[in-house]
Ligand binder design. Structure first.
Ligand code: MTE
Ligand code: MO
Length: 383
């Protein structure tokens, strides 16, 4: 594989793996803007970044279990109504490093910044599929297609040199309310190479792995995609299963993200002066469920304070308010009083009353995915 033509990257990114390039911004940079700038947005790759240099010739083929296979060029996709959807993309491996500390897991290490919140601009997949003859709200095509597979241009070793791929159910793909996009813009600018230029899938509310970058083709298939990242990775196993006991076929590919939050105003171990401390971070729920509440504790979870929440410009965020962005994270903030060294904890609750689990041990899994345990930072108080 050829890593000699990688794009330039922001120097502040913390590199977790160089080839393929996997990097995240520092915590403080992550919460410095509600909409994450593209250069600070985490980068999660499984191979070299492909180069698409002829946009005129670039097209997406749509085939498989579909009555009228077709090829769509950029101009066809741009002709469809354009939507701007604010959506947080989060890697299933976010916070893996912390999970690895209790018991070793396999996978790239990540702190708490393997996620970002962008405004994705593009066509709705539901409109694209309608254009090729698949009606809205379909759960099957006439030829028996029940899943929509996205195949990329990039090549990765997990697929033995083949392309990265993933699928979602046709019912989700053809549901306009699911807001699945074929995006050509990120934050009002053309997608950059790292994030999928010229066209990527964005599946809001679902683990990042299903948002295939550098889209090459779409296949209508009867069963979910049989690719590595659907069948041999990104599945949630119980703590009792280790590598000697694993049977991949017993589990479903992970789709929705569970409720998550993390403190970003403080590092894992942070020295502070006694007195008032501002605790800030992000919270995000999967599946379009809003965040109902974020609780913060400064005494190891004995007592809790509710944090203030907002989206965009500091206007209070109320879950279920129609003006809130259902796929986007909320920022939280609370000022606490700290007199001596302690642990500061955050946990979020979504509108379905799902709560982050207390202990990472209880959700430990061999691949180290979905670490959504209470987020803890240690503050050392010096005088
Ligand atoms: N798409 C392709 N083609 N190749 C990849 O390696 N990585 C996936 C997904 N789509 C990947 C991909 C994973 S695991 C995640 S978390 C997101 O892209 C990361 O998107 P980003 O790099 O734009 O943040
Ligand atoms: Mo990911």
């Amino acid at each position: 594989s050829d890593y000699s033509k990688e794009p330039p990257r922001h120097p502040c990114l913390k590199i977790n793996s160089k080839e393929p390039f996997n990097a995240e911004p520092p915590r403080s940079a992550l919460i410095s803007s509600y909409v994450t700038p593209a250069d600070l947005f985490y980068k999660r790759n499984h191979g070299p970044i492909p180069i698409v240099d002829d946009l005129e010739r670039y097209c997406v083929s749509i085939s498989g279990l579909i009555e009228n296979p077709n090829e769509l060029f950029m101009k066809d996709i741009r002709m469809l109504p354009k939507y701007n959807v604010a959506a947080t993309l989060q890697c299933a491996g976010n916070r893996r490093t912390a999970m690895s500390k209790t018991r070793k897991v396999r996978g790239v290490g990540w702190d708490v910044s393997a996620l970002g919140n962008a405004v994705w601009g593009g066509a709705k997949l539901a409109d694209v599929l309608e254009l090729v003859g698949i009606p809205k709200l379909s759960s099957t095509t006439q030829s028996g297609g029940k899943h929509v597979e996205f195949v990329s241009i990039d090549k990765c070793k997990e697929e033995n040199g083949g392309p990265y791929k993933a699928s979602i159910p046709l019912s989700q793909a053809t549901n306009p309310l699911a807001d699945v996009l074929l995006a050509y813009e990120m934050n009002g600018e053309s997608l950059n190479r790292d994030h999928g230029y010229p066209l990527r899938v964005v599946v809001p509310g679902v683990i990042g792995a299903r948002s295939v970058k550098w889209l090459d083709s779409i296949n209508l298939i009867a069963e979910e995609c049989q690719g590595f990242f659907m069948q041999k990775d990104y599945k949630m196993f119980p703590p009792s299963v280790d590598w000697d006991k694993i049977n991949w076929s017993t589990r479903k590919p992970q789709m929705d993200f569970p409720v998550q939050s993390a403190i970003c105003s403080l590092e894992d171990v942070h020295a502070i002066k006694p007195g008032k401390v501002k605790v800030g971070g992000y919270a995000v729920a999967g599946g379009g469920r809003g965040i109902e509440r974020v609780d913060v504790s400064v005494d190891g979870g004995k007592t809790w304070m509710e944090a203030f929440r907002y989206q965009k410009t500091g206007i209070p965020y109320i879950a279920d308010d129609p003006s809130s962005d259902k796929w986007a994270w909320v920022f939280f903030e609370v000022t606490v009083d700290v007199a001596h060294s302690t642990e500061i904890i955050a946990k979020a609750v979504d509108i379905a009353a799902n709560v982050q689990p207390e202990k990472v041990e209880d959700i430990w899994n061999l691949r180290g995915i979905l670490n959504t345990s209470w987020h803890r930072v240690k503050v050392g108080v010096g005088h």
